[in-house]
Write a protein that binds this ligand. Structure first.
Ligand code: ZN
Ligand code: ZN
Length: 382
């Protein structure tokens, strides 16, 4: 009986000692699974009903965070749960298909995706997700990203089928096969965890930084400078082949280019202008429609001559805003079939005639479309 009491006493002592030791160990643990105070300050900057603000990949400081590789998190964990709830609020508020923690400034492996493959399309959280296997077959998706608000969708190849290993918010390990669109959402989000972002230059039609700088340098009420063949640098641009633009009524850069081209044209007595003449090698032209009532100026995107008449004429009095003081007699088709896009993306086909001095619309189109191919009217003088 005495022996039993002592043994019991020792047991209690050792148990409480063990417990204390465990507690004292906590502060010295340097485990990346624990949130840093900086991370916690972002996560707890608001309650669970307040969405986060997205980083902006065009800002150098934000880009630095977006390009960092994220670390795993611990689950179940109260801070992780708070982070998840606010991310959920954010994805719902913006009606997105995916969100990754780095996009809101937390370099941690947490993503939420819209499960388009499940009834009700619920938002599901994937903690520390890893793609363990994937199909060889891919599908191209046009993706946008919340951290690139002003960019065109980038065409990205995503695996059709993936196996993903991840933890639930309760800390339960899952392995799941995910297919089609939902698989693309997961791949987009996981790319963020690796420090990747959508390639901003993937879209071959996206305006380059240099083009944006030059177009957006002044407000749309200010004319762009008209390039002249007498300037060597200008002449190189005027002789370059231009490329298409992506029609988009919401594209501020494209709309500004169109307006500033028109302002440049308005300052002259010209009947047409092509984008290379303002230093932008893009397929955009303004044409005065001498064949229409009121002779309005109209803008055409990506115009192409797809048909020409057999008959040609010699047009007396061709001239160009980029070649001041010179006019000439050029060989032109009497009629042309053209295709073009409108700003809202409508594709049109049209036959244009007019080679008389009162209506030479066909000649204007031929002159302006020539500019897009680096051809000047002096090349056609006979
Ligand atoms: Zn994104
Ligand atoms: Zn011209």
């Amino acid at each position: 009986m005495k022996f039993f009491c002592v043994a019991f006493f020792i047991l209690i002592i050792s148990f409480s000692f063990y417990h204390c030791k465990k507690e004292n160990e906590l502060p010295i643990v340097k485990d990346s699974l624990f949130f840093t105070s900086n991370e916690a300050s972002i996560i707890f900057s608001g309650d669970t009903t307040q969405p986060f603000t997205f980083l902006n990949a065009s800002l150098p400081n934000d880009l630095q965070i977006l390009q960092k590789k994220s670390k795993n998190v611990k689950v179940p964990n109260d801070t992780t749960l708070h982070l998840y709830r606010r991310m959920l609020k954010t994805i719902k508020q913006h009606n997105l298909t995916s969100i990754a923690a780095p996009e809101i400034g937390i370099n941690r492996n947490i993503i939420i995706v819209k499960r388009k493959d499940k009834t009700g399309e619920p938002f599901e959280v994937l903690i520390n997700p890893v793609i363990t296997q994937h199909s060889n077959a891919t599908t191209i998706y046009n993706e946008t990203c919340a951290t690139l608000p002003n960019n065109y969708p980038a065409s990205i190849a995503r695996y059709n089928l993936i196996f993903v290993e991840y933890y639930t918010i309760e800390g339960k390990k899952q392995v799941e096969m995910i297919e089609t669109e939902t698989a693309s959402y997961v791949q987009h989000a996981i790319t963020h965890l690796g420090g990747g972002i959508l390639p901003t230059t993937q879209d071959p039609l996206a305006f380059t930084g240099q083009e944006i700088d030059s177009i957006m340098a002044k407000p749309d009420s200010i004319a762009m400078r008209i390039l002249l063949t007498t300037n060597y640098q200008d002449s190189l641009i005027l002789r370059k082949q231009s490329i298409n633009v992506r029609p988009d009524s919401n594209d501020i850069v494209l709309k500004t280019l169109i307006k500033r081209m028109k302002k440049a044209l308005d300052a002259t007595s010209g009947v047409g202008i092509a984008a290379p003449q303002v230093g932008i090698n893009r397929n955009v032209i303004w044409v005065k429609r001498l064949d229409r009532p009121g002779q309005p100026f109209e803008v055409y995107l990506n115009p192409k001559i797809v048909m020409t008449s057999q008959n040609t004429i010699l047009f007396n009095g061709d001239g160009c805003l980029s070649i001041p003081g010179i006019t000439g007699r050029t060989r032109r088709f009497s009629a042309i079939g053209i295709e073009y896009d409108l700003l809202d993306g409508t594709h049109k086909t049209e036959v244009v005639q007019g080679t008389t001095m009162s209506n030479f619309t066909s000649v204007i189109f031929q002159h302006e479309i020539d500019h897009l191919n680096g051809i000047l009217f002096i090349d056609r003088i006979e």
